[in-house]
Design a protein around this ligand. Structure first.
Ligand code: SF4
Length: 238
């Protein structure tokens, strides 16, 4: 596993649970609003990452007061050994929440089939016609739709969420995404935090208020937690 960061405690990233966060290194998207520039490259030196064994040992030492672990990124599902890593966490008796951009339905399918996930949060970046613009890459939209279908069809608790970036998304875009999901699914709109956006032209954006669209709003912001390691505790620095 390529692990770029670790947060030893969060009360807001796993609904109703006390958790740690593992930030995997590398992402297949380049969302212009991303705040995790340092977690995007896959080819970082080994000494800039955390040892998987060290992370597992740390989780083991804290298993009595943690409910679970959030696996975030970067994009966790591009890690070839993700299933084995999550299996190791489950063997510690901890719950696992996966944060994903949905580009690897095969990995999500395997994890769900193996009962290795207890909660999944999936980003839906935009309506299909805007996906490339909001992700910075030629997006495999059918794979994303397949992951949505898998999560909706399964019995693992899940939520979908969108970061609202004024100027890139509109209220109608949010309504389009919401309408594409069954009514009973949890869908949350997150505020854009411009400070460290990947696209420098967005950093000075003053208007990052959320539209009033009658959808739940996440102010703790997975865009500021699962996708922004704002309190990474590098193990050596704890
Ligand atoms: S916002 Fe998430 S999916 Fe997008 S580039 Fe950043 S880490 Fe990757």
């Amino acid at each position: 596993m390529k692990i770029g960061g670790f947060q030893s405690l969060t009360l807001s990233d796993y609904p109703g649970r006390v958790a740690a966060i593992v930030f995997t290194q590398g992402c297949n998207f380049r969302c212009p609003f991303c705040h995790n520039g340092s977690l995007l490259p896959l080819d970082v030196p080994a000494d800039a990452m955390l040892e998987e064994a060290t992370v597992l040992e740390t989780l083991k030492s804290r298993q009595t007061f943690l409910d679970g672990v959030v696996i975030s990124g970067g994009e966790p599902t591009i890690q070839p050994d993700l299933v084995a890593f999550i299996d190791s966490i489950k063997q510690l008796g901890l719950l696992v929440k996966l944060d994903t951009n949905g580009t690897h339905p095969d990995v999500v399918r395997d994890l769900l089939a193996g009962r290795l996930l207890d909660y999944v949060a999936m980003d839906i970046k935009a309506p299909p016609v805007k996906y490339a613009q909001l992700t910075g890459v030629d997006t495999p939209i059918e794979r994303i739709k397949e992951t949505v279908r898998l999560l909706i069809a399964g019995d693992t608790p899940c939520e979908f969420r969108t970061t609202f970036v004024p100027g890139l998304l509109t209220t109608e875009d949010l309504e389009t995404i919401r309408a594409s999901l069954p009514d009973e699914t949890t869908y949350t709109v997150q505020p854009f935090v411009p400070g460290n956006a990947l696209d420098a032209s967005l950093r000075s954006q003053k208007d990052h208020s959320l539209p009033n669209v009658g959808m739940p709003v996440s102010m703790n912001g997975t865009e500021s937690t699962d996708h922004i390691p704002h309190h990474i505790d590098w193990l050596s620095g704890e």
